[in-house]
Design a protein around this ligand. Structure first.
Ligand code: ADP
Length: 249
């Protein structure tokens, strides 16, 4: 590829980026402004239930904006290598479980079945980043599956490879073979009638994979029309690693 072609690709990627971000910002902002306008102009004509409903929409759309901006800041820190990883040797089960509890509060009709192995080894991770990974995967498993389905979360030791394996499995819409290689790309969303109704910005899995790999882990996915399973693996920690890897930029 020559320099001119490289530049064109870069320019095209920047234009795509600006267009995607602008769209992602405009949609929730338009909705916030619309509902705020209605509340201001018709406050007395609205029932208390309607007012409450509109305020909830404003709050949800604001949260969507905050989530997008946090994701963009994470991507920007990762790309300029400013994402600081602070390692700690920990038992991950409490972190996995707290992510499950957080998501459970948002999806009241889903069932969550957790299965944690006994006497699991510790792993060397940044606990905040690990939490972000788990929240993304469990949120996706819930978001891309119907009400009254089950999300299975498990943590087990793989003795043969001396790794810890964390699985998040759903009974959702699944991902086709053609799309499965694209979902970890930046801003990549599967475009289908089923996914179009679901809010997202295509950054979650890109961030998730980057964070897993930055902490020397590995993420894989398998999927069918009966659901998807994401598996994250980390090497079991040993005391030498901890000293070597306290902080990594
Ligand atoms: P989004 O913000 O769109 O959810 P992600 O990067 O988290 O972005 O995911 C990228 C795409 O991968 C999603 O838009 C969706 O099409 C697909 N996807 C992710 N997780 C699942 C899942 N558990 N089941 C089905 N599709 C999924």
């Amino acid at each position: 590829m020559d320099t001119k072609e490289n530049l064109n690709n870069l320019e095209q990627a920047q234009l795509d980026f600006i267009s995607t971000v602008s769209h992602e910002l405009r949609t929730p902002l338009t909705s916030i402004r619309g509902f705020a306008d209605t509340l201001l102009s018709s406050y007395d004509r609205l029932t208390p239930e309607q007012r409450e409903k509109f305020l909830h929409i404003i709050k949800d759309q604001s949260n969507r904006l905050i989530h997008l901006i946090e994701n963009l800041l994470t991507v920007s820190r990762m790309q300029s290598n400013k994402e600081l990883i602070i390692y700690k040797s920990v038992d991950v089960v409490p972190f996995v479980d707290s992510a499950v509890q957080m998501i459970k509060n948002q999806y009241k009709t889903h069932k969550y079945v957790c299965n944690y192995g006994k006497n699991l080894p510790k792993i060397l991770i940044d606990t905040d980043k690990f939490q972000q990974i788990m929240l993304n995967l469990i949120d996706n498993a819930s978001k891309y599956s119907n009400e009254n389905t089950t999300v299975y979360v498990s943590v087990n030791q793989d003795f043969k490879h001396n790794t810890l394996s964390i699985s998040v499995k759903d009974e959702g819409i699944g991902i086709s073979e053609a799309d499965i290689n694209k979902i970890f790309n930046k801003f990549s969303r599967v475009d289908s009638p089923l996914t179009r109704k679901i809010q997202g910005n295509g950054l979650g899995l890109y961030i998730t994979k980057s964070l897993v790999e930055k902490m020397d882990g590995e993420i894989t996915v398998t999927s069918s029309d009966k659901g998807s399973e994401f598996i994250v693996k980390f090497k079991a920690a040993n005391p030498d690693d901890e000293a070597k890897k306290k902080i990594k930029e």
